[in-house]
Design a protein around this ligand. Structure first.
Ligand SMILES: C[S@@+](CC[C@H](N)C(=O)[O-])C[C@H]1O[C@@H](n2cnc3c(N)ncnc32)[C@H](O)[C@@H]1O
Length: 250
């Protein structure tokens, strides 16, 4: 499952880190610091550095989920790491889990899930988004992720599998709550992500009609600390509101 077809190239320039997510091939790889011959990495995958024709040295590392998050093509608003972290922590997603997710978007959450879970089945209603997400997931080298084009609300009754965790990040999630309950294993979690409290409230109303054991809604705050010669303090450019996460356990 490791992404052997892609490497993360890192170099320093004027005190800043410059990064490139590069697909391994015989073709020359162009950077602002010159052209790199990546075929050397096809011959020796243990090489730790490569050098461009202009003499710039790059360290070569195997990319991880946050690298794919930063460098993947986007089609809309991705779920961001602080919220993904909360999902991982509250559901305990692990390597024996089968996870259902919708909407895929550009697959940011999907890639994090794919690196942890046994299988991820993801639904996205827009065909053009499916193609982008499939490319992003393929680049991450994940063969345990399946992305299907379709409306999850309509498709739920046709899905024959049961899931350990179901995650909804889409408009109209409340319409899928009842169908998701049917597809969840006992002890499994339904997670919904809602940008607005009104949506979270509608979702909770649906959850209350069903036989879930427990339901909790959270908003997650993350504050980066900035270090400079002037002093140390919380960053003045914080991430503002993202969404409300509701967790219901069957
Ligand atoms: C906010 S984005 C999801 C972002 C994604 N979680 C990520 O991390 O990149 C919401 C997506 O849900 C899709 N969507 C909306 N309604 C849907 C439905 N009923 N079934 C499947 N996908 C749906 C939209 O097309 C959109 O791409």
């Amino acid at each position: 499952m490791s992404p052997k077809n892609v490497v993360l190239l890192r170099t320093h320039h004027k005190g800043k880190v410059k990064e490139y997510l590069a697909t391994l091939s015989e073709a020359p790889f162009h950077t602002e610091f010159g052209v790199i011959d990546l075929s050397v990495l096809l011959e020796n995958e243990n090489l730790e550095t490569v050098t461009s024709h202009m003499g710039q040295k790059f360290s070569v590392v195997t990319p991880r989920s946050p690298d794919f998050f930063r460098h993947s093509k986007r089609t809309g608003t991705p779920m961001i790491p602080k919220d993904i972290g909360l999902i991982m922590a509250h559901t305990g997603i692990c390597s024996s889990d089968t996870v259902l997710e919708a909407g895929t978007g550009s697959g940011s959450l999907t890639i994090y899930l794919g690196f942890v879970a046994k299988r991820v089945l993801s639904y996205e209603i827009r065909e053009e988004f499916v193609r982008v997400a499939q490319n992003n997931v393929a680049k991450a080298g994940l063969s345990n992720v399946e992305i299907r084009c379709g409306d999850l609300v309509e498709t739920l009754p046709l899905i024959s599998e049961e899931f350990d965790v179901i995650i909804l990040d889409m408009g109209g999630s409340e319409k899928a709550v009842c169908g998701c309950f049917e597809k969840l294993k006992n002890g499994g979690f339904l997670v919904t992500y809602s940008p607005f409290l009104e949506q979270a409230t509608k979702i909770r109303e649906e959850i209350e009609k069903l036989d879930f054991f427990d339901c909790r809604t959270f908003e997650c705050f993350e504050r980066e600390i900035s270090f400079s010669s002037r002093g140390t303090r919380p960053s003045t450019i914080p991430v503002g509101h993202t969404g409300y996460l509701t967790f219901a356990r069957k």
